[in-house]
Design a protein around this ligand. Structure first.
Ligand SMILES: Nc1ncnc2c1ncn2[C@@H]1O[C@H](COP(=O)(O)OP(=O)(O)OP(=O)(O)O)[C@@H](O)[C@H]1O
Length: 340
């Protein structure tokens, strides 16, 4: 397992700055996701960590050793691609054995690793097949086994599940996490899927326009977003901007209370599940979406529409007036983004 430290990483493509001042520490054996919208720099950062791209500034170290100038093959890392990138003319077993053979791992050890991975990833019946005889989920497992066969300290994943359907994605996602714990490697995982990042990670790095806007444990990021971008990107957020006076802000829905310093131009947010039925806030129900355990209710007052999550048994209809409240501890004050 490897401890990765990236310091002040910058990447320029001509005059365009794809990454600026990126600092990141992935503790040994941790699962770190790089999350963010398309074009924010996730893949660029992963390519820098893999050694496919030289940063224009900054430093990378693994276990205290500077690896910034090392080529990819000299690094203790392996990449698992979205496109699988399997060799079509090699069997599943030979695809998995490819890395160890390249690295001149002893024959017995290579066989041992291939057998172990084939078993762990449920590929025993497919070891002799060519990749094009496999389903997408099976190909993804081979790609994973191939990355793990070189026993890297650091495994880099570039949206590995995006070609799989939702059910299979959940299944392979759980397998990746279980393998990471069993085999023991540090994972850096690129995704634009916030649910995936929250479910998998020890640490989420939420990226925006070439910088890490906030990083932390999934719960921290979800319950304590620092900026509007973070609040909006992770989960659903109801946002209000205005004057906070005596801890109270007037909105078209009524007065919201929060435990933060007063100010003239403050932005606050609350999560849909923070709302409680009954109270001083009210609006007209505009849409209702039954989700089983809960109901998403969209409530409007004046120009504002908010989203509430209420218990599944609640019977509400469009046009009803809904009274609700949001406890002050459920209201978060946001900072202006340095990266707006
Ligand atoms: N070789 C390149 N030359 C010029 N610009 C590039 C190059 N590679 C990436 N970029 C730009 O850098 C920015 C970051 O790209 P990157 O691929 O890292 O984004 P991403 O967050 O991985 O996005 P996606 O989720 O769409 O893959 C984008 O604006 C992209 O157009």
């Amino acid at each position: 397992m490897a401890r990765l430290v990236a310091e002040d990483i910058a990447v320029r493509f001509g005059t365009f700055e794809a990454l600026r001042g990126v600092d990141l520490t992935a503790e040994s054996g941790s699962f770190v996701t790089l999350l963010g919208p398309s074009g924010c720099g996730k893949t660029t950062l992963l390519n820098v960590i893999a050694g496919f791209l030289q940063p224009s500034r900054g430093r990378l170290a693994v276990d205290g050793k500077d690896i910034t100038a090392l080529p990819p093959e000299a690094r203790d890392s392996a990449m698992c691609f979205q496109s699988y990138a399997l060799f079509p003319h090699l069997s599943v077993a030979d695809n998995i054995a490819f890395g160890p053979r390249q690295k001149r791992v002893a024959r017995d050890e290579t066989v041992r690793r291939v057998d172990g991975l084939v078993r762990q990833l449920g590929l025993v019946d497919h070891a002799g097949k060519l990749p094009n005889a496999l389903s997408g989920g099976q190909q993804q497992r081979v790609a994973l086994a191939r990355a793990l066969a070189v026993a890297p300290g650091l495994v880099l994943f570039d949206e590995p599940l995006s070609n799989l359907d939702a059910k299979l994605r959940d299944q392979v996602r759980n397998e990746i996490r279980a393998l990471q714990r069993d085999v023991g490697f540090t994972a850096i995982y690129v995704t634009h899927d916030q649910a995936e990042a929250l479910a998998l990670s020890d640490m989420v790095c939420l990226m925006n326009k070439g910088v890490i806007e906030q990083k932390g444990a999934p719960r921290d990021i979800y319950f304590r977003p620092r900026t509007r971008f973070v609040a909006d990107f992770i989960g659903a957020a109801n946002l209000h901007r205005g004057k906070l006076c005596g801890g109270a802000m007037s909105t078209p829905l009524g007065v919201l209370h929060c435990c933060h310093e007063d100010g003239e131009d403050v932005e606050i947010c609350w999560r849909p599940e923070a709302a409680r039925l009954g109270g001083d806030l009210s609006g007209t129900v505009k849409a209702v979406a039954f989700q089983g355990a809960h109901v998403d209710v969209f409530v409007s007052a004046g120009p504002e529409t908010v989203r509430l999550q209420v218990p599944g048994e609640l019977n509400v209809s469009i046009g009803d007036t809904l009274q609700f409240s949001v406890p002050p501890e459920g209201v978060i004050a946001l900072e202006a983004s340095a990266n707006a």
